[in-house]
Design a protein around this ligand. Structure first.
Ligand code: HEC
Length: 540
């Protein structure tokens, strides 16, 4: 349980010079309505109201009742390990995954709230909340009002024999895509924009990213289908990362703000229980209006979702915004083409007895085995694939998510960590009964918080360059010598030497390995786990 939060001490290092900063590209700014590149965060508040709130809990009061969202910074008490389970099945043409973990409900994302006669932005990530609390513009927004962010479960998939094969993914997993200049890592500053995960420059291929967004897609029974490749230019990708949406429309649109400061959409009163155009911010976590959809997409999910209409139409129908009125910033819509390949039928969230915002997710997702799209990894019977998982929980993004080592997935192709079970039939309509763990074996995976475990550190590049990062929590330089660097260079996998959790028995996954400790102990040694990021000695 990590509801009781301690506030971190203020940041120690804020400096003026930025000589080491990578490409001085512009922050992402307003995205307009059509989110084509799959970015999650768009910087910039509507008004500069720095409404810092010292509340130390996560919007659930001591008596368990749900309150208005507040600004919450980084949470150093978060456990390093998150237990996670996977089951998989396939029929003649469709793949099914069932993934489960305990965490927050996380089906809320970002909003516009009417305050003192103007619409202001609400919601955003904890790193930006922390930079607001610390007044640190180098590391993020300083005008964030509240911390609200969707949860998600994701995996990257690689066919070692397919046209998009990424040579080292099976050994290195997600670590291949984590870099010192990615968002919230030591060589990143806010001006660099949204630098995502990307493959090392000398890599080839691309990874298929199945991205089940629990706020911005799941309420309409959808997931998001993306991919990760080589880094591309800053201008071309608003920040120079390389996580892309597949071809087609994504599962949500993002509101812009017009010249009068009004958002794009309000509720269609015909679709709300009391005929309202908005809901009260204080009710955010309990309101069924915490998400809305485009009219043609409102009935795609397990329950109908209220409809978002053009703001001008709401005004024409007599809407007058009042204090506290709130509307979602994202409007859900049916994803199309390759972007819409993955459905999320049968996904559930079961709240815990004592806290309606915490509980167990069971993510059920489905996709055609072979979508026919070249931005997807085709799956076929008789093969083994590489797969690595992540969970975002507790209103976080960037490196504050849980990740896994690389695992293998078999569709009747022999030994692998996750055995997908063949079932009869076609199509996604008949879901496997994953509660039958006798028929569908459960693979238990310990996910871990990676901290600042970059590919450059792991391969010894930081050590070679003499890079130094100072941990603001201890004022000490973090270790830049990876004991396994020369082995990683020869392709020996992380699990040849490491476990994820302290409690796991060590079994070298490959000859040549030796027990070198768990991520539960080791990632923390370099600092920055739900704490300010270690930075170059000049402070960044
Ligand atoms: C050949 C064995 C080997 C391999 C392969 C290996 N490591 Fe290590 N790793 C080590 C040793 C040895 C240490 C030092 C352990 C210590 O400090 O107690 C270490 C330390 C670490 C640390 C802690 C660093 C610090 O500064 O304290 C992390 C994080 C880590 N490894 C992650 C990984 C990841 C991720 C991979 C796969 C990309 C990997 N290692 C591959 C041997 C290996």
């Amino acid at each position: 349980m990590y509801l009781k939060r301690k506030r971190l001490g203020g940041r120690l290092l804020i400096a003026a010079t930025l000589s080491w900063s990578v490409a001085g590209c512009s922050p992402t700014g307003g995205n307009g309505n059509d989110n084509v590149n799959g970015n999650d965060n768009v910087n910039g508040n509507v008004n500069g109201n720095g409404n810092v709130n010292d509340n130390v809990n996560d919007n659930v009061n001591d008596n368990g009742s749900v309150g208005a969202p507040v600004l919450v910074g980084l949470d150093q008490d978060k456990p390093i390990i998150l237990p996670f389970t996977v089951q998989a099945a396939y029929n003649d043409d469709t793949m099914f995954f069932h993934m489960s973990w305990e965490g927050d409900r996380g089906d809320t994302h970002d909003y516009f709230r009417y305050t003192d006669g103007a619409w202001q932005r609400e919601g955003g990530v904890r790193r930006d909340a922390q930079s607001t609390i610390d007044g640190d513009p180098l590391r993020g927004s300083t005008t964030q009002n509240s911390t609200i962010y969707e949860s998600r479960v994701t995996f990257m998939l690689d066919d070692p024999n397919g046209p998009n094969a990424v040579p080292d993914f099976g050994a290195m997993g997600c670590m291949l895509t984590c870099h010192d200049n990615s968002r919230a890592m030591p060589l990143w500053v806010a001006d660099d924009g949204e630098v995502h995960k990307y493959l090392p420059d000398d890599s080839t291929g691309r990874l298929d990213l199945w991205h089940h967004r629990l706020g911005r897609a799941n309420p309409i029974g959808a997931s998001d289908d993306q991919w990760v490749g080589l880094r591309i230019g800053a201008e071309a990708d608003s920040g120079g990362g390389s996580r892309h949406g597949d071809t087609g429309d994504g599962p949500y649109q993002t509101a812009s703000v017009d010249d009068d400061g009004n958002p794009s959409w309000a509720f269609d009163p015909a679709s709300t229980e009391d005929g309202s155009f908005a809901f009260q911010f204080d009710d955010l976590f309990t309101s069924p209006l915490r998400y809305f959809a485009r009219e043609d997409s409102a009935n795609l999910g397990p329950a109908p979702v209220s409809v978002g209409i053009d703001y001008a139409d709401a005004i024409a129908m007599g809407y007058e915004p009042g204090e506290g009125d709130t509307v979602p910033r994202r409007r859900l819509r049916q994803p199309t083409e390759s972007r819409g390949d993955i459905s999320a039928t049968g996904t559930t969230f079961t709240p815990s007895a004592d806290d309606p915002l915490q509980g167990r997710w069971a993510s059920n997702i489905q996709r055609a085995l072979d979508t026919g799209n070249d931005d997807d990894t085709a799956l076929a019977e008789g093969n083994v694939y590489n797969i690595a998982f992540a969970v975002h929980t507790g209103m976080v993004t960037v490196r504050d998510h849980y990740v896994s080592f690389a695992y293998t997935l078999s569709l009747g192709g022999g030994a692998a960590d996750v055995q997908a079970v063949n079932i009869s039939g076609t199509g996604a309509a008949n879901l496997p009964d994953f509660s039958d763990s006798g028929q569908f074996p459960v693979t238990n995976i310990d996910l871990f918080l990676p901290g600042i475990t970059s590919w450059e550190f792991l391969t010894g590049a930081n050590d070679d360059l003499g890079l130094e990062f100072i941990d603001p929590a201890t004022s000490a330089a973090v270790d830049q010598i990876h004991g396994g660097a020369s082995f990683v260079a020869t392709g020996l996998s992380c699990t040849a030497c490491h476990t994820a959790a302290d409690s796991e028995d060590f079994v070298a996954s490959e000859p040549g390995g030796f027990p070198a400790g768990s991520m539960e102990t080791l990632t923390r040694q370099r600092g920055g786990i739900h704490a300010p990021t270690p930075l170059p000695p000049n402070g960044g």
